[in-house]
Design a protein around this ligand. Structure first.
Ligand code: E4P
Length: 217
């Protein structure tokens, strides 16, 4: 399973990269705004900074919602750097644009996926990734992990190459459950990734090993 970090915060991206487990980054307009990155030039510079830190795919989201606008914006984003993946919302115009990008060999991430039907359509259009938002489904008392399972079944039935990029991860158990189901990628806040490191028996065991070593020396 690939690990992406879901942030536009450069310090956190660097920290995840230094762990040696990072495969990519996802951003969205809200995450950029959270870091105070506004204005086209600053946004572009920020994507380039992210691409400098990480080796893998970096999702950059379009703001346009009409076909021509999505195509224009997406091509501009893709031309910035070979690591850029065009993030396109799951709307009718977005699906058409994904087909266009796919035919041109450009990578896409179809975002705001909340149903298996949407994921099926995105795969048919040739999306590289689909992003089902599991945390936001959980927030409205609908099991987000069920959606990951359903999409896994559908994609396996037809050997779709579109990768399931589980998004809107809220906590460490989401990552483990996505791995059990067979999501291809998770995109997560750094805190949930670092949660995977922790076990009290590891801490207790290490403390004992170190104190025993001290006694013997
Ligand atoms: C996915 O690419 C989105 O950036 C993200 O996972 C949304 O997560 P949220 O529901 O925590 O905003």
């Amino acid at each position: 399973m690939k690990f992406f970090i879901d942030t536009a915060n450069l310090d956190q991206i660097e920290e995840a990269q230094s762990l040696g487990i990072l495969d990519g980054v996802t951003t969205n307009p809200s995450l950029m705004a959270k870091e105070g990155i506004t204005g086209q030039k600053n946004i572009i510079d920020h994507y380039l900074k992210i691409c400098d830190i990480v080796d893998g795919d970096v999702s950059a989201e379009v703001i346009s919602v009409d076909y021509d606008g999505i195509v224009k914006e997406g091509e501009e984003l893709a031309s910035l750097h070979k690591q850029i993946v065009i993030k396109v919302p799951m709307i009718e115009e977005g699906v058409k644009a994904i087909r266009y990008f796919s035919d041109k060999g450009l990578k896409t991430n179809c975002t705001l996926i909340f149903s298996s039907g949407q994921a099926l359509l995105a795969a048919k259009a040739g999306a590289t990734y689909v992003s089902p938002f599991i945390g936001r489904l959980d927030d409205i008392s609908t099991d987000g992990l069920d959606l990951i399972s359903d999409i896994r079944d559908i994609y396996d039935n037809y050997a779709y190459e579109t990768e399931i990029l589980a998004a809107s991860i809220r906590h460490t158990m989401h990552i483990i459950d996505c791995a059990k189901i067979g999501a291809d990628v998770i995109t997560s806040p750094l805190s949930a990734i670092k949660g995977l490191l922790k076990h009290p028996l590891t801490d207790i065991g290490l403390e004992k090993f170190l104190s025993d070593h001290k006694k013997g020396s």
